[in-house]
Design a binder for this molecule. Structure first.
Ligand SMILES: Cc1cc2nc3c(=O)[nH]c(=O)nc-3n(C[C@H](O)[C@H](O)[C@H](O)COP(=O)(O)OP(=O)(O)OC[C@H]3O[C@@H](n4cnc5c(N)ncnc54)[C@H](O)[C@@H]3O)c2cc1C
Length: 385
């Protein structure tokens, strides 16, 4: 692995940055406040090949990998337009279907996921399971060749924009009767599938939903991959999810840092700009260091994932998600502080990041669950739960 990005990757970075800056934070906030979606940005990004950059070429994707998709995510977030559905649709759902779907599933979903004309949400979290995904109770039973799904999900992003949701459920093992994880593609217009928006204090056009699956009948081919390998298949989607959450936090951190730096270079209330005071300069410098370190870990995770090393990618993917979220939350807080009263105004646009930045600490996996993973897996410490 080279620490210098190839010309192709640098070009991709520059092209995505150009598109995202053309829209910018004002567009993103207006969409959120007016209850509109960022359809224009999404579909232009799709047409330019950014959304499906990681998906196979034979299905209309760019044939590249998670490294390139993380560039897309980072640059979009660095312009103040962080699209949450990039984490879900091409990264989790696209990767899982590309790697484990049948030919028919690939033909049906991948070209649309690649050009952005299809969006797919991802549902694992349940109200009574939360971080403990072994506890999920959404159940798929066989009825002839059909599947019938029942259960509830919570905080599922972008369901109102999605054509389908990749649902993590449990199906009964025919031999042992034990429930084991299984992945199903559930169209959002399937009878028995309902969703309700959850009010969130987030200035974000992409919303979260509670899902209700009440005898949702699906054909046999709604099951993705093998029910015997659902855990490893899930893993193939969860590493990209963490890499993308890291990319989103790195991008948002860069955006907030940029705003703060521009401001403190100009703002003068004594004889020098406030950025000359070390109490202002050092925390911003610290933020820059922490962001760059998180980005390096994210690139390591993406490189290992793209080399086919799912297990090798797990540790850096978790660490990158943790480090990027921590750096981003700290930078946003420091940006607000550095800008004084202006840090809290609508005009300067940093205050909405206070809550948006915290998403990366909670989702897709909380900072505590990442620390648990590192404690148990990297350090070999015993489990408390
Ligand atoms: C904006 C947003 C978007 C989301 N989008 C999606 C989505 O698209 N799809 C989806 O499936 N989910 C989504 N989620 C859900 C998200 O993944 C969960 O919120 C997250 O995994 C935490 O689960 P929980 O909210 O139930 O918290 P809980 O599991 O109830 O945890 C609450 C607190 O307790 C801590 N905790 C729990 N167990 C332990 C333990 N063993 N050790 C130490 N601490 C512990 C947690 O770290 C957390 O701080 C989204 C959430 C948000 C906020």
């Amino acid at each position: 692995m080279s620490f210098v990005e190839t010309a192709e990757r640098a070009d991709l970075r520059a092209s995505v940055a150009a598109l995202a800056t053309k829209y910018g934070q004002d567009y993103f906030r207006e969409c959120a406040r007016e209850g509109r979606k960022t359809d224009e940005l999404w579909s232009e990004a799709g047409k330019l090949g950014f959304i499906g950059v990681n998906l196979p070429e034979e299905y209309g994707g760019g044939g590249a990998g998670m490294y390139e998709l993380s560039i897309v995510m980072e640059e979009i977030a660095a312009a103040g337009t962080g699209l949450l559905m990039l984490v879900v649709s091409p990264a989790i759902c696209g990767n899982i279907i590309a790697r484990f779907g049948t030919d028919e599933q690939r033909d049906r979903w991948l070209p649309g996921l690649a050009d952005g004309s299809i969006t797919m949400a991802f549902g694992i979290t349940e109200p009574d399971a939360g971080s403990n995904s072994h506890q999920i109770t959404t159940t798929a039973s066989r009825d002839g060749s059909d599947w019938v799904l029942n259960g509830r999900k919570v905080y599922i992003s972008g369901v109102d924009q999605a054509d389908a949701v990749l649902i993590v459920g449990r199906s009964e093992d025919a031999k042992t009767g034990k429930l084991r994880p299984a992945l199903f593609i559930v169209p959002t217009d399937a009878p028995g599938f309902e969703y309700k928006m959850i009010d969130m204090e987030l200035v974000n056009p992409e919303k979260q939903f509670g899902l209700y699956l009440d005898d949702v009948r699906l054909p046999a081919d709604a099951l993705v991959g093998s029910p015997d390998a659902a855990l490893s298949q899930l893993f193939a989607g969860l590493n990209p999810e963490r890499i993308m959450a890291a990319a989103s936090a790195v991008g948002m951190g860069r955006f907030a840092l940029g705003k703060a730096v521009d401001y403190v270079k100009e703002r003068t209330v004594w004889k020098t700009p406030i950025g000359a005071h070390q109490a202002i300069a050092h925390p911003l410098a610290q933020g820059k260091i922490e962001l760059e370190m998180a980005k390096l870990m994210m690139q390591k995770a993406a490189t290992l994932y793209d080399a086919g090393d799912d297990w090798g990618a797990a540790e850096p993917a978790n660490m990158a998600k943790y480090a990027a979220a921590e750096a981003c939350v700290k930078i946003v807080d420091q940006a607000v502080q550095s800008m004084g009263g202006n840090g809290l105004t609508t005009e300067y646009g940093v205050a909405p990041l206070l809550s948006l930045a915290r998403i990366a600490r909670v989702a897709p996996v909380s900072r505590e669950m990442v620390l648990n993973f590192v404690a148990q897996t990297s350090l070999g410490l015993p489990k408390s739960y």
